[in-house]
Structure formats: structure tokens, C-alpha cells
Design a protein around this ligand. Structure first.
Ligand SMILES: Nc1nc2c(ncn2[C@@H]2O[C@H](COP(=O)(O)OP(=O)(O)OP(=O)(O)O)[C@@H](O)[C@H]2O)c(=O)[nH]1
Length: 436
């Protein structure tokens, strides 16, 4: 399930990790060359121990180096732990930035000690560059900072490192039927979380990227989620659930699966066939009712669906039944008379939940239909069937964000037990291949 998208997400994570680490290693190599060149430069006649000068290829860097205050005395250990690898980002607010950086460097140092990580490999010149409080540009001092960051077990991820991998990820999401605005939201979240992030000694860049991917996917997938079982348990009985969607997506089969699902929870159900439109609809749902030993309320073909559902609620009240499961005719959102039927059921019966059913394999089409049904009939949640046959996962990722309503269940096969409560965390872990 969703294997195609899983592979693409994994490729994104590897691309970013490779880019960031290659860049840092390249900078480290350059920095060593710079440091060696500086070491051969004769000291000036003042005799004061200058911090290792950083070769610059631009005026401002030289200025910032000459501005660098000379250490008054050999820094004490505390001062040293303050002065060692400090990440300064380019944000305007250097005061906050310095505090953040200091606390981060303390964390970094602690983490390094905690993790019994290798002694810092940064050369003195690299440490001096890192100790600089100035926001730096892409000069050799900047390269040295990145290199030292790498040498001290830190990798700074920059916007340019993400450009290509994010473009690839956007294509992958769109090809997997993720809705455009949902894909943009995912990319924005990843960019916000990763740019300027430093990889701590105890983390790999891949872990950093995975955390950003996880959070970005979870944010869009979990929109509107509520505790379905709790909602049903606490609602006044009988609870009335109405199912709508187009023909052939699996509404009737899903109703039968839910009858089995509630039975396992000790809740009784009665089925109602509000599909008085299609010939053979009564026979189809009656097969399920008989197989599950459940009561079915049905009228003649051509009857009023609202009257069927109303009779089922009356039956449930008279027989102390917990849940009414009302099927309706497959319809397109553009079918005015069928949409008018839904409004009448809403008016006459006042169902607890109107649930939109579509098939995961329909991808973008399912997303678009969910948006239209929600506009026309104000759905309370969605069930995606045939997820067992869906390699993309685009509909499962997009529908909640697009409608603001949660996906409640996934249909994962043709059997009555092939129904899964939709869990956003489990979905994200499935997409990221975690916990396998
Ligand atoms: N693989 C798979 N097949 C499913 C799933 N859910 C339903 N189906 C199949 O999809 C087909 C259509 O299911 P129905 O329940 O008849 O669909 P419907 O929406 O009620 O169709 P109408 O009655 O025409 O509105 C049947 O062959 C089901 O077995 C699922 O989760 N996975």
C-alpha cells in the first residue's frame, strides 16, 4: 500500500543528506587548505597572538576578521565552552541569535560529550571562525564556518542545498496524486523546518530530514481528526450514519464492514437501503445483511430514500438498536435531484454523521469529488476504499486538508474485516517506512 510514494519520499531524504554532507566535506577540504596557507603566514611584529587569520576573498570578511576582538587571555573552560562551535544564522536579530547560538553550542557540546562523540576535529582556525559572532556571507569565512560545523559533527542545511531535492519531491507528490495546494503546504513546512537547521553530533542529516518530512505530512494528514469510537460511544442512541459518494466506490461493502466493526465493539446495528434508484440495490445490500445476520429496512425501488432512513431510525428506537447504517444511491455532486435527496435526509432524519466514501485509487478525482460533496452536502468525514490497491496515497494525504474533514477509515480488501481505523501517525510512519 502506497509503495510508490514511499520510495519517492525515501529518495528525497537521501538526496538532501548527500547534498548537505558533500557540501560540508568540500568546505572542510577547502578550509584545511586555507588553514595550512594561514599557518605558513609569518606572525606580525606586535608579538600578540592573533587569532588564526582567515584568508578572505572579499573585503568585508577581512574587515570582520580585523574587527575580531583579540582574546584578552587564554579563555577559561567555561568561556571556551561558550566560544566553541557557535552557529550564527543570518537573521537580523543578532542579540537573540547570539543567545540561541550560545545555548545551542552548549547543547551541541553537551550532546557531543553525552554521545561520547569524537573530540572536536575542528582546526584552531575553524574554531576561531566559528567563534565569530558576525553573520557571515559566502566568503571563505562562511565556508570555514560550514567546514568547522562539519568537523564538529554539525552540518548546516542551507536553502540552496534543498532546492533540487525539494523540486524532485514536489514532482513526486504531484505524480502521486497529492493535490497541488497540499504539496505546496508540505514543501513550505519542510523548508521552514530545515533551512538553517544544524545537524547535531548525535543526529544524521537523514534523521533531520525525516523529522521534517514526518511533521509536514502529519500536519496535512491529521486535519480535523476526532476520536470516532469515542464519538459513537458517547452519542445518544440510535446513532445514525449516512453514506454518500459515486457509484461503485464501495459504499455498500463499507456499510457491511462497519456492521462487523461495531459488532466487535458490542454495538448492534440495522442496515437501511436508501438507494431506491438503482435496480438490484436492494438485493445487493440484502446479501450483506443476511451474511452478517443483520436487520435490513428497504422500500420498493423508486421510493423516497428519506422515508427509508426514517423508518430505520424508528425501528432502531423501538428495538434498542445502537447504530443505523444508511446507504444512499451512488451520485455525482452535479446530480441535483440526488443531492436534493441528501438535503431531505438531513432535514427529516438529522443524521449524526454524513460520511463521504470514495476509492483511494481514484487519486485526484477522489480529492476533487470530496471537495465538491463537502460544498454540496457538508460531509463530516470520509472513508477511502481500495487502499490495498493504491500505490500513490495522494487521496489519503490530500482529502482531509482539502475538505477540513478527517479520513475515518481505510478499506483494505473485499472481506468484512478489511477495514482499518485511519490513524494519521500510522499513515505517516507507513509512508516513511518507519516501524517496519
Ligand atoms: N480491493 C478492494 N475492493 C473493494 C473494497 N471495498 C469495496 N470493494 C469492491 O468494490 C466493488 C464495489 O463495491 P460496492 O460496495 O458494490 O460499491 P457501491 O459504492 O455500493 O456501488 P453502488 O452500489 O453501485 O453504489 C465490489 O466488488 C467490492 O468488493 C476495498 O477496500 N478493497
Amino acid at each position: 500500500m502506497f509503495d510508490g510514494l514511499k520510495k519517492k519520499l525515501d529518495r528525497f531524504r537521501k538526496d538532501v543528506e548527500d547534498t548537505a554532507e558533500e557540501k560540508a566535506e568540500a568546505a572542510a577540504a577547502e578550509a584545511d587548505d586555507d588553514a595550512v596557507a594561514d599557518a605558513e603566514t609569518p606572525a606580525d611584529d606586535s608579538g600578540a597572538a592573533e587569532p588564526a587569520a582567515v584568508e578572505s576573498d572579499s573585503e568585508e570578511t577581512a574587515a570582520s576578521t580585523s574587527d575580531t576582538p583579540e582574546p584578552a587571555s587564554e579563555p577559561s573552560d567555561e568561556a571556551h565552552s561558550e566560544a566553541t562551535p557557535v552557529e550564527t544564522d543570518d537573521s537580523e536579530d543578532t542579540a537573540t541569535d547570539a543567545t540561541d547560538a550560545a545555548s545551542e553550542s552548549a547543547d551541541g557540546a553537551d550532546a557531543a560529550e553525552d554521545a561520547d562523540g569524537p573530540e572536536s576535529l575542528a582546526s584552531d582556525a575553524a574554531k576561531a571562525a566559528l567563534a565569530e559572532q558576525e553573520a557571515d556571507d559566502s566568503s571563505s569565512a562562511g565556508r570555514l564556518k560550514r567546514a568547522a560545523a562539519f568537523a564538529t559533527g554539525k552540518v548546516v542545511i542551507e536553502e540552496e542545498d534543498l532546492e533540487d531535492p525539494l523540486w524532485e519531491l514536489e514532482m513526486a507528490l504531484l505524480q502521486s496524486d497529492v493535490e497541488m495546494q497540499v504539496a505546496e503546504e508540505i514543501l513550505d513546512t519542510i523548508r521552514d523546518k530545515l533551512v538553517g537547521e544544524t545537524r547535531k553530533q548525535v543526529q544524521s542529516t537523514g534523521q533531520l530530514v525525516e523529522e521534517a518530512l514526518h511533521d509536514a505530512l502529519y500536519e496535512v494528514i491529521s486535519v480535523g481528526q476526532f476520536d470516532f469510537d469515542k464519538r459513537i460511544a458517547e452519542a445518544d442512541k440510535p446513532v445514525t450514519l449516512i453514506f454518500t459518494g459515486i457509484n461503485g466506490v464501495g459504499k455498500t461493502t463499507t456499510i457491511a464492514k462497519l456492521a462487523r466493526y461495531f459488532e466487535k465493539q458490542g454495538l448492534s446495528t440495522v442496515l437501511a437501503n436508501g438507494d431506491t434508484y438503482r435496480a438490484g440495490a436492494n438485493e445487493q445490500i440484502r446479501e450483506h445483511a443476511d451474511a452478517l445476520d443483520k436487520k435490513l429496512i428497504a422500500h420498493e425501488q423508486g421510493g423516497d430514500p428519506a422515508a427509508v432512513i426514517y423508518d430505520a431510525v424508528e425501528y432502531a428506537e423501538a428495538h434498542d438498536i445502537d447504530v443505523v447504517l444508511g446507504d444512499t444511491a451512488g451520485r455525482l455532486h452535479t446530480s441535483n435531484d440526488l443531492m436534493a435527496q441528501l438535503e431531505k435526509i438531513d432535514r427529516v432524519v438529522g443524521p449524526d454523521l454524513t460520511i463521504f466514501v470514495d476509492e483511494a485509487v481514484a487519486g485526484q478525482d477522489a480529492v476533487e469529488r470530496s471537495r465538491k460533496f463537502n460544498e454540496a452536502a457538508a460531509i463530516d468525514g470520509a472513508i477511502l476504499t481500495k487502499a490495498d490497491a493504491d500505490s500513490n496515497g495522494g487521496a489519503a494525504i490530500s482529502i482531509a486538508y482539502v475538505t477540513g474533514k478527517p479520513i475515518l477509515f481505510l478499506g483494505v480488501g473485499q472481506g468484512y474485516d478489511h477495514l482499518e481505523r485511519f490513524d494519521p501517525e500510522a499513515m505517516v510512519e507507513r509512508l516513511l517506512g518507519e516501524g517496519e
